[in-house]
Design a binder for this molecule. Structure first.
Ligand code: ADP
Ligand code: SF4
Length: 686
């Protein structure tokens, strides 16, 4: 018998989408994964796990329809000819095996791709520059080009049907699709029947829907993904402008509307900038204009909210990319009344960084994401313990907690000793910074799991020394002791410690600020040689506290690595709005009475007056205990059989790396990987 809350029954109603029926209302919308056509087995296994976890629809990423829209170097999908069918069929099979529908997002990227691999001139409604960084420009399409794109789209739809897909998308979203480019006046200045009036600008989208219905509509549903607002005011499509007219014109033509806001950074906003359900206000109007089912997204992880959305009649399907990545079994857990087991997305966009760096997807909360095929990791299942060996884990941060959870799930006796008065390590501290509360979910999920794991014991206020570890007499010792922000200026642009004389302004690190230290009165300099989120968070916090803050960095933009998490623009904007002065292209050269800095291009020197400096440069592993234990091991007998460092204690990295490291230790604990590459490699054998 299901232990499900009857309030959530509505989420498990089947919904008809044209000629096919979804078994419930959970819909994994298209999302990139950095595997696509390069690592098709990995991609298929990942999608299959989503289907197993209860999603009724599982979609691909963007799939290129022909060589005039070649997404290189991004690793995404391709369906150009018969040769691409087998890899799609593999994914479809993995999805069907678990009773879900498989959807494919066919795409022509128009001015959003430079065709670097195919070397074809990019295509556009009107001749113009690309909307991605490239010196190439796009040429205006003539009627035969439009005909050719329609033919390619139709041909890909037919191939998709042969591969077994149930739902075929026509894509007009994210500023990444030709049909959308035709819709937008800023891109379309044509004078023929494809430009000018809205009816003309909608024409290509309408034709693509009609073509697709005609080609495959007998057995496949045809979905449209449409951006209904671009947050650009009158310069873009608006929910309060033309978007309702577009929907009204095409209302009953597709079998499903998948609606969101554009571009990708707006659609996939991080928790720092947007709450769960942040798109509701933009997409709520859609259902009033069509009788077809509507899917929307907004990082939904709360079942109450999901059920309310359906009940209110705002959405028919709960769309999700990130919540399905963090917990592929989210629907199953709601269905079985296991709400407390849900691994909630923290909204960090580390998953996006995989696609942005052309590497496989990864997730802070779900260490198995992307590893389903090559390592055989499943998000819910793990082999049982092979012995009764006890494990002592020193440090209760993300690495230590995930290590304990996964070893505990296997059935091993585990002890976690934490120096502090609470568990969570870095996420406990970082979650206090502005907009970062959701990071605490990394610890909360694991602490909740401990409730059902009597074999995991945790001890607080237990800073272990080498003697303590030896006295504990565990067979296996794991050091997950984390890392500390450096106080000596060493980072990417300063490889040796800076001299910091008595006369220097007061020096702080992020650890000091997170622990509650208030910098000395007067202007504060935040110096960022790290490039990820921390310096921006510290500057934002200090500015909110009313401090006069200057943000200086050798980079040319604030927090450059956050381009990978789609946050860079939002972070820089937020700091500027908070009144932070930004000095780019400057490196710190000396700290004496004043702050001395130099231009990274010319070395021209300058001075800045600051009462306090927060150095956000790099972190150093907390390896004192490791060194102490190593010395004891060298000096004589020690009780443990293995001593291992994991996470930041081994090499400082993101929270996602620490969780992964903890999980990996637990997986490989009694199953050492063979020599050589520690995972299966997908190879194309010619
Ligand atoms: P990671 O991200 O690798 O998990 P964190 O810095 O988040 O690393 O967590 C490390 C945790 O280890 C911190 O909570 C810290 O208090 C704890 N710790 C560090 N040294 C010791 C020690 N000797 N004994 C017990 N706990 C320790
Ligand atoms: Fe959510 Fe972060 Fe995982 Fe992406 S990486 S799914 S944003 S927790």
């Amino acid at each position: 018998m299901s232990g499900r809350d009857p309030n959530f029954d509505i989420l498990f109603e089947p919904v008809k989408i044209g000629p096919v029926t979804a078994r419930n209302r959970f819909y994994q919308v298209p999302h990139c994964n950095g595997m696509g056509d390069r690592h098709p087995r990995g991609m298929a296994a990942m999608r299959g796990v989503k289907a197993e976890g209860g999603w009724a629809v599982v979609s691909t990423e963007e799939v290129s329809i022909d060589h005039t829209t070649d997404f290189a170097p991004a690793i995404e999908g391709r369906l150009w000819d018969e040769g691409d069918i087998p890899y799609h069929a593999r994914m479809v099979e993995a999805v069907h095996e678990h009773g879900a529908l498989a959807a494919i997002e066919l795409c022509h990227q128009g001015i959003a791709c430079a065709n670097l691999e195919s070397r074809e001139p990019p295509l556009a409604p009107s001749a113009q520059t690309l909307n991605v960084s490239s010196p190439l420009q796009a040429r205006e399409m003539d009627k035969s080009d439009i005909r050719a794109v329609r033919d390619s789209h139709r041909a890909s739809a037919l191939l998709a049907k042969r591969a077994g897909y149930d739902i075929v998308y026509v894509y007009a979203g994210h500023d990444l699709s030709l049909a959308q480019h035709f819709l937008l006046t800023r891109y379309n200045q044509r004078r023929d029947e494809y430009g000018g009036s809205l009816e003309n600008r909608v024409r290509l989208l309408r034709e693509l829907i009609e073509d697709t219905k005609d080609a495959v509509g007998d057995s496949c549903a045809v979905a449209v993904r449409l951006a209904v607002d671009e947050l650009l005011g009158a310069d873009g499509i608006e929910a309060a402008g033309e978007a309702p007219d577009v929907i009204a014109m095409l209302a009953e033509l597709p079998d499903l509307w998948d609606v969101n806001i554009s571009d990708w950074p707006n659609d996939s906003q991080t928790a720092r900038f947007a709450e769960e359900g942040y798109q509701d206000g933009y997409t709520a109007f859609v259902k009033s204009l069509t009788s077809k089912p509507v899917v929307g997204v907004g990082r939904y992880t709360s079942p109450d909210r999901m059920a309310a959305m359906v009940r209110k009649g705002t959405l028919d399907f709960i769309g999700a990319a990130r919540p399905s990545i963090a917990d592929p079994f989210l629907p199953k857990k709601i269905e079985e009344g296991r709400i407390e087991d849900i691994r909630e997305c923290i909204g960090c966009n580390i998953c996006v960084s995989g696609d942005m760096t052309n590497t496989r997807i990864r997730c802070t909360q779900n260490p198995t994401m992307g590893e389903e095929w090559r390592k055989g990791w499943h998000p819910e299942r793990i082999p049982p313990a092979a012995s009764g060996d006890a494990v002592l884990i020193v440090g209760g941060g993300p690495a230590g907690l995930e290590c304990a959870r996964a070893l505990g799930q296997r059935g091993y006796p585990v002890t976690v000793a934490e120096a502090g008065d609470a568990l969570g390590g870095r996420v406990r501290l970082e979650s206090r910074l502005p907009g970062m509360a959701s990071y605490m979910r990394v610890a909360d999920y694991r602490l909740a799991a401990f409730q059902n794991l009597p074999n995991v014991e945790t001890y607080l206020d237990s800073a272990l020394s080498a003697d303590d570890v030896i006295a504990y007499d565990a067979a296996h010792v794991v050091l997950a002791t984390g890392a500390t922000w450096r106080r000596d200026g060493v980072g990417k642009n300063q490889r040796l410690p800076l001299a910091i004389p008595e006369s220097a302004p007061a020096i702080y690190t992020p650890d000091d600020i997170m622990a509650g230290a208030a910098p000395a009165d007067g202007p504060v300099l935040v110096y960022d040689d790290d490039g990820y989120i921390m310096a921006g968070l510290i500057a934002e916090k200090l500015a909110r506290d009313g401090r006069d803050v200057t943000f200086m960095m050798p980079h040319s933009v604030v927090s450059p690595w956050t381009e990978m998490t789609l946050e860079q623009y939002a972070i820089q904007r937020r700091l500027l709005e908070a009144g932070v002065t930004i000095l780019s292209g400057r490196r710190l050269t000396a700290l004496d009475g004043a702050v001395r800095h130099a231009c990274v291009y010319t070395d021209a020197e300058a001075e800045l007056a600051a009462a306090a400096v927060v150095l956000v440069t790099s972190r150093i592993s907390n390896d004192g205990l490791w060194r102490g234990l190593q010395a004891r091991a060298e000096a004589g007998d020690v009780p443990w059989r293995t001593l291992t460092r994991i996470g930041d204690a081994l090499a400082p990295a993101t929270v996602a790396h620490a969780v992964y490291a903890g999980h990996r230790y637990a997986r490989e604990f009694d199953a050492p990987v063979p020599d050589g590459t520690p995972y299966k490699v997908e190879r194309v054998n010619v």
